[in-house]
Ligand binder design. Sequence first.
Ligand SMILES: [Zn+2]
Length: 125
Amino acid sequence: MSKHLTAGQHALLESALVQQLHQIDRRLAEHLGGVSRAEHARGVLLQDGDDAPQREAEREIDLALADRDTASLGEVSAALARLRAGDYGLCADCGSEIPFDRLKVEPWALRCVACQGAAERRGHG
Ligand SMILES: [Zn+2]
């Protein structure tokens, strides 16, 4: 267990991550399931391609949302793995302890505030 987190904080963050994981899972299933169901219905109702651009745009949005959820799913499950492995809560860049107050808001945070800011200025995440 990370030294700067109490057992209670650890448990709280773990349940927050698990909850987040379930939420994303459900949303992802809705996006992907929703696309094919809706498309199938529209394909049956409208045999010609009059609304193809509209349909294409809606599909793009669904896929973009699904992409974003897939990315967060990776972040959240990686955080959960770190938590269970015991190397959770340390900044990936400078190795300093990420304060509980930050983890409470963003349990999947990979960096401390300073390094996260620097990474964003560099154009990553
Ligand atoms: Zn850092």
